[in-house]
Design a protein around this ligand. Structure first.
Ligand SMILES: [Zn+2]
Length: 413
C-alpha cells in the first residue's frame, strides 16, 4: 500500500492545472512535466511502444502473454487538474486508520473535512485517507486514475502468470477544459474498447451521460434618452430577463437529479442595446434533448413575432451548438464491455454502482470517434476543491479491477 501512496503523491505534487483561455495543446506547458515523467516510468517498468505526441498524449503497450486471439483493450486517464481551484503546491496529508471524526485540514484557516457535512467519509472508517492541507485541490481527479493504471501495469509485468491480451494505456491533457479527447488518436491507440478510470467512489461504473448543447441568445434593443423614451426605447436586458422567466422553472440543475434534464443559465451580459444570454442544455434522452433545443428556437421566434412591428426585424437570435452526446448509444451494441467490468468488480467483492453521469467524460467523446469507453471509479471524492480526498483502499481496489478486467477479457471462449 505504501508503494501506491508514494506513486500517487509523486504525481499530485506536480502542478498540472489546465487553462481554458489557452488554445495550445496541452493548454499549459507545465502539464508536460508529469506527462514526461509518466513516459519515463512506463519505459522503466517495461512497457513497449511508449510514445508522447506533439500534443502531450502519452500511450504505451503491454504485450499479450497468451497465444489465442484476445481483443486489445485500453485504460485512459487525464493528467491535468481543473482550473476551478488551485493545484499548485499540493501538500497531501495522510490520515491512517480514519476514526470517523472531523479531519482538520488547516488549523490556521479553520478548514475542516467533516463527516457531518460529507457523509461519504463514514464508509471509509478504519481506512487510510489522503487529503489536502485545505489550501489547494488534491488532484485525485484524475491522478488517482493514473496511479491505478500504472500500478496495474506494473503488477501484470511482475506477475506473468496472470494471463492477459494486449493492453494499451493512454494519458491525456486538458480533460477538465473539455479537450481531453480532442486530439486523441483513436486509430493509433488501436483498441476495440477502453475504460476511463475517472469516476468517483468505489464501485462506480458509468456508461450513460448527458447529451449536451450550449445556446447563445442575443437580444437587440433601442437606446433612447430615458426622459423621452416612452414608446421608443427597447431595453434588451428586460427582454432577456423575460426570456429566462419563460424557461421551465423546475428544470434547472438545482432542482433535478438522475435522468432529469435541464436548462442552465450560465451567463448574462447586457446593455440597453444588446444583451447576450448563455445557457447550457442537458438531457440523457435523445428525443427530450432535441425538444429542449427546439424549445429555445421556438421561444426566440415568439419574441421575434411579438416585436416585429415595433423593432422592424428580428429582435432576438439563437445559436445552439451541440457539445457532446450520450455514450449509451455507442456502448449498447457492445454491452459485454460493461458486463466484464461488472463481473470484475463482483469477483473482487465490490458492489457495482451503475448510474447515469450528470455530465460528460473524455470517454463519451471517445465513444463517438470510434472507441467505446465507459467510466470506472478512481476512488476520490469532492473533486475540484479543497475538500477533495481519496481512500487508499479504493485506489488499491481500482488497480485490482483493471487487472481483473484484463484477465477476464483474455479468458479463452
Ligand atoms: Zn476527471
Amino acid at each position: 500500500m505504501q508503494h501506491i501512496i508514494d506513486r500517487f503523491i509523486s504525481y499530485v505534487i506536480i502542478d498540472t492545472e489546465s487553462d481554458a483561455s489557452s488554445d495550445t495543446t496541452p493548454s499549459t506547458k507545465k502539464q508536460l512535466v508529469l506527462a514526461n515523467l509518466l513516459v519515463k516510468e512506463l519505459k522503466e517498468m517495461g512497457m513497449s511502444e511508449v510514445t508522447i505526441d506533439e500534443n502531450g498524449y502519452v500511450m504505451a503497450t503491454l504485450e499479450s502473454n497468451v497465444k489465442h486471439a484476445v481483443p486489445t483493450i485500453g485504460f485512459v486517464s487525464h493528467y491535468d487538474t481543473t482550473p476551478d481551484f488551485t493545484g499548485a503546491n499540493v501538500k497531501p496529508q495522510i490520515i491512517k486508520d480514519y476514526d470517523g471524526g472531523d479531519i482538520i485540514l488547516n488549523k490556521e484557516q479553520n478548514i475542516v473535512l467533516s463527516p457531518s457535512y460529507f457523509k461519504d467519509l463514514l464508509q471509509y472508517k478504519g481506512q487510510t485517507l489522503i487529503t489536502t492541507d485545505g489550501t489547494t485541490l488534491l488532484g485525485a481527479d484524475d491522478k488517482a486514475g493514473i496511479t491505478e493504471i500504472m500500478s496495474a501495469m506494473e503488477h501484470l509485468i511482475k506477475n506473468p502468470d496472470i494471463k492477459h491480451g494486449k493492453i494499451r494505456v493512454g494519458f491525456t491533457p486538458d480533460e477538465e477544459i473539455g479537450r481531453g479527447a480532442h486530439k486523441f488518436d483513436v486509430e493509433k491507440f488501436g483498441c476495440e474498447w477502453a475504460y476511463t478510470m475517472d469516476g468517483s467512489q468505489i464501485g462506480e461504473l458509468e456508461y450513460e451521460n448527458f447529451n449536451a448543447a450550449g445556446a447563445k441568445i442575443t437580444f437587440s434593443g433601442k437606446s433612447v434618452h430615458p426622459g423621452y423614451a416612452k414608446g421608443k426605447m427597447i431595453n434588451s436586458m428586460l427582454l432577456a430577463s423575460k426570456f429566462i422567466s419563460k424557461l421551465p422553472k423546475d428544470e434547472i440543475p438545482e432542482k433535478t437529479k438522475g435522468y432529469e434534464g435541464f436548462f442552465h443559465v450560465v451567463g448574462i451580459t447586457g446593455s440597453i442595446e444588446e444583451t447576450v444570454v448563455e445557457l447550457i442544455i442537458r438531457d440523457h434522452n435523445e428525443m427530450k434533448f432535441k425538444k429542449r433545443k427546439e424549445f429555445i428556437h421556438k421561444l426566440t421566434e415568439k419574441f421575434n413575432k411579438k416585436w416585429k412591428g415595433q423593432f422592424g426585424g428580428d429582435i432576438a437570435s439563437a445559436e445552439v451548438k451541440d457539445q457532446y452526446y450520450n455514450m449509451k448509444e455507442k456502448v449498447k451494441p457492445v454491452f459485454h464491455i460493461i458486463e466484464i467490468a461488472e463481473k470484475a468488480m463482483i469477483e473482487l467483492g465490490i458492489k457495482p454502482l451503475i448510474k447515469p453521469i450528470r455530465g460528460g467524460t473524455d470517454g463519451c467523446q471517445l465513444s463517438y470517434i470510434g472507441l467505446p469507453c465507459p467510466n470506472i471509479f478512481a476512488g476520490g471524492h469532492n473533486f475540484h476543491g479543497k475538500y477533495e480526498y481519496v481512500p487508499v483502499e479504493s485506489m488499491v481496489k481500482a488497480t485490482q479491477v483493471i487487472v481483473k478486467i484484463a484477465e477476464l477479457t483474455a479468458l479463452p471462449k
